[in-house]
Design a protein around this ligand. Sequence first.
Ligand code: PEP
Ligand code: MG
Length: 953
Amino acid sequence: MLELTAGQISMGLVAADKASALRLLAELLEGDGLVAPGYLAGLEAREAQGSTFLGQGIAIPHGTPQTRDLVITTGVRLMQFPDGVDWGGGQIVYLAIGIAARSDEHLRLLQVLTRALGEADLGSELRRAETPDDILKLLQSAPQELALDDQLIGLGVPVEDYDELVLQGGRLLRRAECVGGSFAAALLQGEPLPLGDGLWWLHSDQAVQRPGLAYLTPEKPLRYLGQPLNGLFCLASLGDAHLALLERLCALLIEGRGRELARATQRRAVLEALGGEVQPDWPSLRLVLANAHGLHARPAKELVQLAKSFDGEIRLRVADSAVAAVSAKSLSKLLGLGVRRGQVIELLAEPAIADAALPALKAAIEQGLGEEVEPLPTADAAVSQELCETPPPTAPAAGSQLQAVPAAPGIAVGPAHIHLCKEFDYPLRGESPDVERERLQQAIGQVRVDIEGLVLRSEAKAIRDIFITHLEMLADPELGDDVDARLKQGESAAAAWMAVVESAATQQEGLHDALLAERAADLRDIGRRVLAQLCGVQEAPEPAEPYILVMDEMAPSDVARLDRNRVAGILTARGGATSHSAIVARALGIPALVGAGAGVLLLEPRTPVLLDGQRGRLVVCPDEGQLQRAHQEQESRQRRLQLADTHKLEPALTRDGHRVEICANLGDSAGAAKAVAQGAEGVGLLRTEFIFMSLPQAPDLATQETEYRRVFDALDGRPLVARTLDVGGDKPLPYWPVVEEENPFLGVRGVRLTLQRPQLMETQLRALMQASQGRPLRIMFPMVGTVDEWRQARDMALKVAAEIPQADLQLGIMVEVPSAALIASVLAREVDFFSIGTNDLTQYCLAIDRGHPTLSAQADGLHPAVLQLIDLTVRAAHAEGKWVGVCGELAGDPLAVPLLVGLGVDELSLSAGGIAEVKARVREFSLSAARELAQDALALESAAAVRELAERF
Ligand code: PEP
Ligand code: MG
């Protein structure tokens, strides 16, 4: 991106006329190596097409698309002409900003400049400036307008306390592109100011990109510092942009109208009271901007001139962006939007002129606003361009075998049911409101018939309920009203329907209620069904027999919603074995293969496939022999499992009598009894965040205590290793807003987050300790990377334990951040145990996101680097007499079992369904042989080499 610096500015130049000024500029750009000789012709040609005078004594000379190839490096040079240069038509330029740009990199610079254009007497100040810094100050210090519009108001937000309300404020400002990621955290550190009537004011100037004000009211009455908390202003402060608002607010408060704000139920009313931006409810249309360099000065000028020819207001915005619509008659405002080629813009016009203005503006924009425009690539062209870069995926041929990532064991056979999120193509404008209304009703009617059929066919009540909810949504009168309003404005049925559905879904997601968030997914689901009807796209019907569900990627919630009686197996094009969706698939016992490549999405619907979730193999159209072998294997695996099953309640002893403890990983309290019945000798990892996720709001002390007690009761004296909340990364809590981060896996996750919310952590510790009642409780903290984090968390636990004495309590950490493994010898002196989370340890050690769509298949925990970290951890722990478990997915991988045991791991914790098999595996080898195997593996070069070695063991 182009930035302005003092080094780019030449002061005190003299030019007799525009031609000489352009020559000077060309010499400067060429001398500094930004352009090749010949650029001057481009500068001149551009001026001949239309003056680059911007206003306020500034011109922005630049080349034409034809001279773009002469640009060596994109850059700018500024030249001050204190005596002025006539730029034509009596327009005097004191500052020429020469731009050498290959594409639209300079749009951002124009955004900055155009803010300065609003300044009263900028031209003469630029003329008088004495140093480059003076010029910079003048250009950059222009006040920006305070953002305050519909989307910055949140009324009746469901939050539990002040902190959550502040985080929501930060979130609104972030969404409006006012602030960066660290703003909300800075806001939380601030001291709020009570304004009376339960209103509070809070501000921060950290990470502010443009000034903005968010206003929020909580859903239920809250208190803060002993006073009511009815409404909170969160200011992203930059310069003096907020002063006018502040004055207006003070006047409101003095007039005694604070209660009006505190009790407001309409965003519009708040905006009107505060003087914010109220979006007009005008006819609008959308279209894509095709100009190569975006809406830069020249086309923007054309647009302004055309807009000015209409006697009424016209506004323009980037569609679906956070930035409010601006007047299409203001050049600086238009440039300030920084619209790029390919972006969809929305034009709004006052009803009195809309019929004439909108089509005229649309035609002018489509014709390029005075520039030649290359048509945007169509979807097909974009695809073919992509295809040139990477070989096109092809559907695997009948009889072919594919290797993919084994995600959940088991063999499954069935017809492929391809579930794809298709892109639909539809016109934005409709024929007439009546025609479009009729179309929509027909489409909705057809979808209703389809869903009614699904209701009749669904045996599981939970699934039937989902479809019944879909039927209710289809009949929702509010959706209908909103759609109708859009149809009346001339939108097509598809455009109106999708805009309303998307906006309702987004609103529901914003409420941070798990149930409503699910409803948002349901809404989108029916939205797409209706859209498919409108676009005449047939979604493949579900096969009647159990099928193999083929998807691009799957989210944990997708898997959790599957009907196990209908889905025999899962196959995805992308994804890895330790993503949480794979973990859910394993827990549900559905064989799954992930990361099979895009080709599988091209399989013909109902193609018979055979999926081996153990070996990671897929066979397309298996022949009789292959099916038979699969059945034989299935049977022999079944026999092996049955045999293992008969010994599942016995301890796992190696041939030479070394005992390995085998425990279960749990994501809910209900599974504990079943896990014990499946041979679990305890719970080695209770993922408590899954309990939190299954509830519509954060569970209170009593609810948590009941959940944990249920696990203890089922364990009947066996130990419970409970992990404190591991929220963050790919496990956000819908009702618990956190600051958005670029890299959530490297952000405020696990213990880092709970240490920031000590109250929450303390409640959880209290609930665990109250539930234990003398039974063996092990508490571990996730994502510990430093001794300090461990000590802080430990001290909190010890404080609670001092109040609720424990007969058998151990405190430990998960080793899943490489730093913890590397300082294990220090930590081992203080902890009671380590539990190695190989899923995260692998992702952080190999720097591969565990959910990465294409790379995560390589995130193999048997990589020698990961094994080295495990080795280090075990040695450090044993030197201090502490025990070590492994609770990542590696613990359930039969190939990894002898390696982990050989490295000295004392406990393996895995999905309960795999316990019998892992116990049987332990009984197959001796500890001494396993040790040798592990030592050999440590010296190998790759995960593949380790797997090969382990296969031969
Ligand atoms: C791990 O990281 O290995 C682990 C067990 O924790 P989770 O998979 O829940 O992040
Ligand atoms: Mg983890």
